[in-house]
Design a binder for this molecule. Structure first.
Ligand code: N01
Length: 543
């Protein structure tokens, strides 16, 4: 949907602005708000027909947030956080989209957002010192600052399975879900993928479909979400304590306001440990990871949590052969992004659900009427690909980005992404990447990371104006040092043990295996960013 074609767009001229932001999700919207308050002229270019980013595109059945609603939200406006009422512990996709639309209206953002414009090219013009952007509709924009707010999980990963084009049924990717919804009633449905998305959607589709076949490549751990209504008393308590909650988020490793136990899982008796895990299982949610301090740093400690969850899967799933297929063995708990669920494992007790282990019997092809694995054929009316995303680098490399002298980002990142703080890339001046590779991003509660990045970028631009600087660019040395530090940080954890993780790019055939997010913790990261700024933007060339 394209609307509001401006005069400069209509006559093919580049529209000249101070800044162009790409993407109108959580990140792009707040970036616009901040830059506007500095008095800059800004356009946000958004491929979708509305605001919301992730929450605009991911409309699959069961889509909801794994962070709790009261803190998966903006903190920049006290009025906003006081007036908005969340209805559930984990907000459903339509509710988050309503929230983001409310924010767009409340802060009058829409007048600077241009929808239906997918940016295909961003080229730095040496003569003017401006970034020249082009959209798929041929519109042109020019700006001193080029800021990407394209999300980390927005480039759909659709597996290249032979025969998909011959399939006579309907197929969907969860991240490109039809706005009008899909009615699975009376239909034989196949879901490929058992990551967070598959685990959310499988129980909901199973209730509607005549039959559901789940094609699982890697068995996953999952913790019950224990979703429920937002109780008014809890809502009141949160609102009265928002300052403390937000402080706790900012001082944390993952941007959640959780108390992480300081104890080692190995420092307590087996009985006590079991009681701690039982209580966390009962409470539900990602907080399970906070039960002990060393679940992500000690394999022995982690084994106790992994084994507890494996036992829960075996207890829940009645058919022992199915249960064994669902038990994860190839990676420690939480080394891949841990999903949370509502009746995920219980769903395999339904008569209309079949689990197919495609590591044992790989998918060979898609035929006119279904999926064929190396050992059987599964006739289907619909296939749902819950197969994830070309994470972090995908959305940036989908744009043809060229720095001074024509150097492309695709070339620079051919062996994996390199950035300084995940915020800038050496060789690409005045380009800022919100939640870029090398920042904590997907290892954290995203709005927390997004606000920190946006504030840092806005402060940097303000500093440049105050010091009459035109150009800021990370140095190669700073970038190398950051890469080394990030590498050391991740190797202090168990995260590299998950060989099939999208954090490593392992889900996309041919993608370089580089651990992409910064694993040193959100609070450590923020401190480092603040120090860099306080030292006059150390590690950046400024002219
Ligand atoms: O994607 P995934 P996702 N044949 O990559 C399988 C966030 N999120 O959309 O593990 C067969 O995790 C793949 O198998 P394997 C969250 O950060 C947040 O589920 O690669 N199977 C895996 O099982 C999350 O981590 C919320 O071996 C194939 C699955 O597909 C991230 O998004 C909700 C395959 C993909 O899992 C991505 O989650 C949902 C193939 N060719 C998601 N290719 C919130 O609530 C891939 N798979 C905020």
């Amino acid at each position: 949907p394209r609307e509001n074609i401006s005069q400069s767009e209509a006559d093919g001229q580049a529209r000249v602005l101070d800044a162009v932001v790409v993407g109108a999700g959580f990140a792009g919207m707040y970036m616009l708000h901040r830059l506007r308050s500095l008095g800059l002229s800004v356009s946000v270019l958004e491929a979708g027909g509305g605001v919301g980013g992730t929450w605009y595109w991911n409309r699959y059945p069961g889509a909801r947030c794994d962070s709790e609603s009261y803190y998966y939200s903006y903190s920049f406006s006290e009025e906003l956080q006081q007036e908005w009422q969340w209805t559930e512990r984990y907000p459903e996709q339509p509710e988050i989209l309503r929230y983001l639309n409310h924010v767009a209206d409340r802060f009058d953002l829409r007048r600077d957002i241009r929808f239906g414009r997918r940016v295909t090219e961003a080229v730095f013009d040496d003569d003017t010192g401006r970034w020249q952007l082009r959209t798929d509709g041929g519109e042109r924009y020019a700006a001193r600052f080029f800021i990407t707010a394209v999300g980390c999980l927005s480039s759909a990963n659709i597996p290249r399975i032979p025969g998909l084009d011959t399939f006579e049924g309907e197929w969907f990717h969860t991240g490109r879900w039809p706005h009008e919804g899909v009615d699975f009633t009376g239909r034989r449905v196949g879901v490929v993928g058992t990551g967070s998305t598959g685990i959310q959607t499988i129980p909901v589709i199973a209730e509607q479909a005549e039959h559901l076949t789940v094609f699982q490549r890697t068995a996953n751990y999952s913790i019950p979400a224990r979703n429920g209504p937002m109780e008014p008393a809890f809502q009141r308590e949160v609102k009265a304590n928002y300052d403390a909650i937000r402080r706790k988020q900012r001082d944390s490793t993952n941007g959640h306001p959780f108390d992480v136990s300081p104890r080692s899982a190995l420092s307590v008796s087996e009985e006590e440990r079991r009681a701690v895990y039982e209580a966390a299982w009962k409470r539900g949610g990602l907080q399970f990871r906070a039960t002990f301090a060393d679940l992500l740093t000690s394999k022995e400690a982690n084994d106790t949590a992994s084994e507890f969850i494996r036992a829960k899967i075996r207890e829940t799933v009645r058919d022992p052969a199915t249960a064994e297929k669902l038990v994860p063995r190839d990676h420690p708990f939480a080394t891949k992004r841990p999903p949370i669920d509502t009746d995920y494992f219980e769903t395999y007790n339904r008569d209309n659900v079949t689990l197919v282990d495609v590591r044992e019997s790989p998918i060979v092809e898609i035929t006119r009427d279904g999926v064929r694995t190396s050992s059987a054929s599964y006739p289907l009316d619909c296939i749902v690909f819950a197969t994830g995303f070309d994470a972090l680098t995908g959305p940036l490399l989908d744009i043809d980005i060229r720095g001074p002298g024509g150097r492309t980002l695709r070339d620079k990142w051919s062996e994996g992404p390199r950035t300084y703080l995940g915020l800038q890339v050496a060789g690409f001046p005045n380009m800022f990447t919100i939640t870029g590779p090398g920042s904590p991003s997907v290892l954290t509660n995203m709005p927390t990371s997004i606000e920190q990045h946006v504030d840092w970028i806005a402060d940097c631009i303000e500093y440049m104006r105050g010091h009459e600087l035109e150009r800021i660019e990370a140095t190669e040395e700073a970038e190398d040092a950051w890469g080394e530090h990030a590498d050391e940080a991740v190797h202090r954890t168990l995260l590299p043990m998950a060989a099939t993780s999208w954090y490593l790019g392992a889900n996309v055939p041919g993608k370089p295996r580089v651990f992409m997010p910064y694993a040193g913790g959100f609070a450590t990261y923020t401190r480092k960013c603040d120090e860099v700024a306080a030292a006059g933007y150390e590690g950046f060339l400024r002219t």
